[in-house]
Design a protein around this ligand. Structure first.
Ligand code: HEM
Length: 231
């Protein structure tokens, strides 16, 4: 292939990314990958209800993936960075197009979820940094034990401040997911009287499942439903 053809392809990709449609496509594609991870991670975490051996075995299986685990981490990190950076660029484009602030904010037509996207995104990013220091590296966990995932979760959530932070962050995440999944369908051009309400319901159901699944874990530890074996 000639260098002219390669340059032409790269230029077209760059031009597509520069457009608002291109940026929305990047948001939708990276959001889709992140949504898959969030659902899978929540389902894996629910094994905490099956006891210490089950959750630790699951965590060991993931660690056993070795290079595969690093490849997955790389893809997720790339998607998270692209998702955040593109959201920031879209926000800047929107602001540049409207230099004079409105006298009265015209937010009546948008939903609560849509209005919270801008600040829920960075808070979820901050939660993620804390979460990795808490349960993966242990830097933010006073009683962290490498490889003892069940114990780390139980002792981590016995701290009410940590649990409350997780609960708030995961409620914000659920709201973010509801609007994000719905926006993804819109970016794909879905606008049909028959399918639109169904897709809206799907976005809502997905957000509720992930939100309730995640929030239930700190609550289960705080109420003693999970973790009685950990002294
Ligand atoms: C109550 C809810 C959650 C619980 C109990 C939980 C639990 C855990 C645990 C125990 C680990 C460490 C696993 C290991 O070292 O083997 C972990 C890692 C991680 N969690 Fe969560 N998590 C929760 C919510 C979330 C959410 C909402 C996100 C994303 C928005 C998330 C993203 C991650 C990531 C990226 C890692 C690092 C994975 C890696 O590279 O090894 N978690 N989580």
């Amino acid at each position: 292939m000639s260098s002219i053809a390669i340059n032409g392809g790269a230029n077209r990709t760059a031009a597509f990314y520069e457009s608002v449609v291109g940026k929305k496509a990047v948001m939708a594609a990276t959001g889709f990958v992140l949504c898959g991870f969030v659902l899978g991670h929540m389902a894996g975490n629910l094994q905490v209800y099956q006891g210490e051996a089950k959750l630790n075995h699951y965590a060991a299986l993931l660690q056993g993936l070795g290079g595969g685990l690093w490849a997955i981490r790389g893809v997720l990190l790339l998607c998270a960075v692209l998702h955040g950076w593109t959201a920031f660029q879209l926000w800047r484009l929107k602001n540049d197009a409207r230099p004079q602030p409105y006298v009265k904010k015209a937010s009546i037509a948008t939903t609560y979820a849509a209005r919270t996207m801008l600040w829920s995104g960075p808070i979820i990013g901050a939660f993620l940094v804390y979460h990795i220091l808490h349960f993966t590296t242990g830097g933010a966990h006073p009683d962290f034990r490498a490889g003892e995932v069940y114990r780390n979760v139980v002792t981590g959530f016995r701290n009410p401040a940590a649990s409350v932070f997780y609960i708030i962050a995961n409620i914000l995440l659920a709201i973010h997911l509801y609007h994000g999944v719905w926006s993804m369908f819109q970016s794909l051009g879905v606008n049909h009287p028959q399918y639109t309400p169904k897709l809206k319901l799907l976005a809502k159901a997905y957000a509720w499942v992930v939100g309730l699944g995640n929030v239930s874990i700190p609550i289960a530890v705080l109420t003693g439903v999970v973790g009685a074996s950990v002294k």
